[in-house]
Design a protein around this ligand. Structure first.
Ligand code: HEM
Length: 397
């Protein structure tokens, strides 16, 4: 049904990628003591009704004092009305105009990265899909590009440690994983704090300096909030865009007709990217906690229970998407939930779309025969929260 995608080693929990539609759209999972939400209207409800479905879930996985410090200023964990002020503060600096102004830099950078690659067979994740978004974020924050290896180490450490979360107490593996992630986040935090302190003394034209100066209703961000926001941008912004690029190549390789169609008509690149986001959604799931007993998808979710909302499964719901297992680069409208929906809609979506459009066009220009190396297998990220590769061996001869 998925064509060659079936042969790839997708996460075993992502059964919808194998063509299976869940009969029950909301299911309790005893093993992790959480509710899975798989259906499109049900996921939409969890994203829209912020009073009933709170985003402040970190304290369900971490000791509350630790969560309060680690996630202060982290938009993803804040509910309205506080969310509005925080989002406006950071939104003042992360504007559409600022993103649109990056177009030429992203194109130059993409060419530079591809120029560095030697030979006709290489790992596209290592050569382009990984470094491109990280360098763009470093440039935006005003961090030296030479530090990107160190940043990669910290973010990889968190990424590799991430596993299926559970709200069950006493899960040793989860405690160890969260400790490793906290350690990496702390080291990254100290590094970012140095940059913020420096910008307070000597403001520049970068995002950190703008975040320091931003003001809404007479309030400004604290150093800790700026550091945590920088941390969020670095972790939320790079690996997801890396996955978008890798997944688009996977889809085009699996559906040669679509590949030919888009190569012939480049005006289809934007809709192809949206279809890639729907078909293989990089951030597969988010979390919410029920603030009251609530009926959802025919079951009652008790107050205080955590829900894992599967954007990736909702994006294949045949009640909303015709032929959801067909990769259609012309699909329009395509109301996928890969960037979430509602107040928490991805702040970086315009940047991810811009990077995707530029990089895909340059890849098409430079490599008429780009394909996945038939002798090798792409390697997928281990955590069920993600759908994406961390190794993508390709051939271009
Ligand atoms: C293809 C790439 C990307 C995907 C698939 C993606 C996906 C998402 C999703 C699903 C959410 C909502 C989570 C929820 O409601 O629980 C989100 C939020 C967010 N994303 Fe992205 N993202 C991408 C790229 C980026 C980039 C490039 C940045 C920044 C540089 C970014 C920054 C953020 C931030 C700050 C939020 C929190 C917004 C809020 O809570 O108000 N993302 N993203």
């Amino acid at each position: 049904m998925n064509g060659p995608i079936d042969k790839w080693d997708m996460h075993p929990k992502h059964f919808w990628l194998r063509g299976e539609q869940p009969e029950q759209k909301v299911q309790y999972d005893e093993e992790i003591d959480m509710w899975h939400v798989y259906g499109y209207p049900e996921v939409m409800e969890t994203l829209s009704d912020t009073k009933t479905f709170s985003s402040a879930v970190a304290s369900r996985f971490l000791p509350p004092e630790q969560a309060a410090v680690a996630f202060d200023g982290n938009l993803t964990q804040v509910d309205p009305p506080d969310h509005r002020k925080l989002r406006e503060l950071v939104g003042k600096t992360f504007t559409l105009k600022m993103v649109a102004g990056l177009e030429q830099r992203i194109a130059t950078l993409t060419h530079e990265l591809l120029d560095e690659i030697e030979g006709d067979g290489f790992d596209l994740a290592e050569g382009l899909a990984y470094p491109l978004p990280v360098i763009v974020i470093c440039d935006m924050l005003g961090l030296p590009r030479e530090d990107r290896e160190q940043l990669k180490e910290w973010t990889d450490q968190s990424l590799m440690a991430s596993t299926q979360l559970t709200t069950k107490a006493g899960d040793g593996a989860q405690e160890e994983s969260l400790d490793t992630q906290a350690e990496a986040a702390m080291e990254l935090g100290f590094y970012l704090l140095e940059a913020v302190t420096d910008r307070r003394r000597r403001p520049r034209e970068d995002l950190f300096s703008k975040l320091i100066a931003a003001e809404v209703d007479g309030e400004r961000l604290t150093d800790r909030q700026i550091v945590n926001f920088g941390n969020l941008l670095i972790s939320a912004g790079h690996i997801t865009t890396t996955m978008l690029l890798g997944n688009s190549i996977l889809c085009l390789d699996a559906f040669p007709d679509a590949n030919e169609q888009v190569r012939k008509d480049r005006s289809l690149v934007p809709t192809m990217l949206e279809e890639s986001l729907r078909f293989l959604s990089p951030l597969a799931a988010g979390y919410r906690v029920a603030t009251r007993d609530v009926e959802l998808g025919g079951v009652t979710v008790p107050e205080g229970d955590v829900l894992e909302t599967w954007f990736s499964a909702a994006n294949r719901d045949d009640r909303v998407f015709k032929d959801p297992y067909t990769f259609d680069p012309t699909r329009n409208p395509n109301p996928h939930l890969a960037f979430g929906r509602g107040v928490h809609f991805c702040l970086g979506a315009p940047l991810a779309r811009l990077e995707g459009r530029i990089a895909m066009n340059i890849l098409f220009d430079r490599y008429p025969n780009l394909r996945i190396d038939p002798r090798e297998t792409p390697k997928f990220l281990g955590s069920p929260e993600f759908t994406g590769v961390w190794q993508l061996p390709i051939r271009v001869d």
